[in-house]
Design a protein around this ligand. Structure first.
Ligand SMILES: Cc1cc2nc3c(=O)[nH]c(=O)nc-3n(C[C@H](O)[C@H](O)[C@H](O)COP(=O)(O)OP(=O)(O)OC[C@H]3O[C@@H](n4cnc5c(N)ncnc54)[C@H](O)[C@@H]3O)c2cc1C
Length: 460
């Protein structure tokens, strides 16, 4: 509970419409795209860095948790106020401050929607590649705080590869400015990198400098069917060894295919075990040559059908179906335990075999799809939280999935972050020493533990 006098102080800083205290309003900020929920004490809709700084100063004085929030699309429970406190929503701070063509950089506020920035820079012949499937709703601030990835990661990398610098409000209310527009800089510790992926546990990011690229001239999109998963995974490695790097190699298993079957015009045979959605981009000649080469490899690898999108409408249609998978999964079962493991690419076939064995062992439905080109699989353990016995089996399956992932040299989170969902598994990956160093960093920057407490690091 926050004292009335503290709320009054906050209301003096933030125009009253920006401070929400009603029960219905608290419910709206109690959840994200994970299955966790907890109510905040109040919500502050910030418009400026000064407002954020003043509110954080008050929170620090009174030891009140601060939960930074973008669009609330996180899958790890990162914005869920597990210890109550003040949710600071920066969704309204959505200005593209500058698009600097000469330096190929953009400067943005944290609430800018990812897809809005992409459209804006593309209208100027520029390109911002990171493309989480949530791009129509997620914010750049949230993307930076979780180091979001997306299908184009295989060629273009993820959010961290584009963040050149940022401004962030620290837990004592002071402003930290890191990096800048210099392509090279080794001045001191890399604080920009420390903030990227810190999930709101170190500071609230209020401005970001992003690297841009020139917009590729053209793109070709292929939808490829395979009878077996092994044919698909072997072809992925063969393509990447060929010297042609597609911008995207997305993988879907047969359960995922059943979900999208009714949403796409392409005829997919009933006996298909896996499909790939592959894109190549670049100049016209490079894409033509690359597409021919990739098609050849796919046919040699056992592809039974390759459909090429004829135009932008067909391409968009395929991507709408791909991006719709995650929300549509709940048609299969009401509860989705969504994991985003990644393994070194060569271990992908083995990991997928392991996932099938785990599904059989625990008699549970596991649906797999994702960014196979960078070894990142979205493993969806489908269950029903009201069925305690089944939830128990599902939880054991998740446990075993993480163990097998680590055994193969993989990571428990390729892009969604740790939040509250995976914090108990973090030590399994980073070890005792890793946890100890992370605790020291957290303690040095946030000694009162007010920034998004209860997230990332396991409870003591
Ligand atoms: C349908 C769907 C598809 C998705 N696909 C992908 C995908 O392909 N790739 C992927 O990586 N993710 C994906 N996600 C997950 C999610 O969209 C990403 O994690 C995204 O980056 C979160 O952005 P957000 O604005 O919603 O952040 P939020 O959910 O609001 O916050 C996420 C975390 O970042 C912190 N945070 C937010 N803003 C700030 C800030 N300004 N300063 C400091 N900390 C902050 C929060 O405290 C929280 O810990 C998907 C989600 C959905 C629902």
């Amino acid at each position: 509970m926050i004292e009335k006098a503290v709320i009054k102080k906050i209301k003096e800083i933030i125009p009253s419409a920006g401070v929400l205290v009603g029960d219905e309003e608290k419910i709206c900020y109690s959840y994200d795209a994970s299955i966790k929920e907890a109510l905040p004490d109040i919500i502050v809709k910030a418009d400026t860095a000064d407002e954020i700084s003043s509110v954080i100063k008050i929170a620090s004085e009174h030891n009140i948790p601060i939960i930074p929030r973008g669009a609330g699309t996180g899958f790890a429970g990162g914005t869920v106020p597990v210890r109550g406190g003040i949710v600071i929503s920066v969704a309204g701070m959505n200005k593209i401050i500058e698009i600097d063509r000469k330096n190929l950089m953009a400067v943005v506020e944290p609430g800018v929607i990812t897809g809005t920035l992409q459209k804006e820079v593309e209208s100027l012949g520029l390109f911002y590649p990171p493309d989480p499937s949530s791009l129509d709703i997620s914010t750049i601030g949230g993307n930076v705080a979780t180091c979001a990835g997306g299908p184009r990661g295989v060629k273009y990398g993820v959010t961290k590869d584009y963040v050149m610098g940022l401004d962030a409000i620290l837990p004592d209310g002071s402003l930290l400015s890191t990096g800048g527009k210099n392509i090279k800089s080794v001045a001191g510790y890399n604080l920009t990198s420390l903030m990227v992926g810190s999930e709101g546990t170190l500071a609230l990011i209020n401005k970001i400098i992003l690297k841009l690229l020139p917009l590729p001239e053209t793109t070709s999109t292929l939808f490829v069917s395979f009878k077996s998963i092994s044919g698909a995974t072997k072809s992925i490695n063969d393509i990447l060894l060929s010297g042609t790097t597609p911008s995207t190699i997305e993988f879907m298993d047969r359960f995922t295919i059943e979900i999208i079957r009714d949403h796409i015009d392409i005829e997919i045979g009933k006996d298909i075990g896996a499909t790939l959605l592959i894109e190549l981009d670049g100049d016209v000649e490079e894409v033509r040559r690359g597409t021919d080469k990739v098609k050849d490899i796919l046919l040699r690898g056992g592809a039974t059908d390759i459909v090429t999108a004829k135009d932008e409408i067909e391409r968009k249609h395929l991507w709408d179906a791909r991006r719709g998978i995650s929300p549509t999964l709940r048609k299969l079962k009401p509860t989705k335990l969504n994991q985003d493991i990644a393994v070194p690419r060569a271990s992908l076939p083995e990991m997928i075999d392991q996932l099938h064995s785990i599904a059989e062992k625990y008699n549970i439905l596991i649906v797999n799809f994702g960014h196979a080109g960078d070894g990142n699989i979205h493993v969806n353990v489908m269950t029903d939280s009201s069925n305690i016995e089944e939830m128990g089996r599902a939880t054991k399956a998740v446990d075993e999935i993480f163990r097998q992932t680590i055994e193969l040299g993989g990571t428990i989170s390729g892009e969604h972050g740790i939040g509250i969902s995976k914090k108990d598994y973090l030590e399994m990956e980073v070890g005792k020493a890793g946890i100890s160093v992370m605790r020291k960093i957290k303690g040095a920057i946030d000694p009162k533990n007010i920034m998004n407490p209860g997230k990332v690091l396991p409870d003591l």
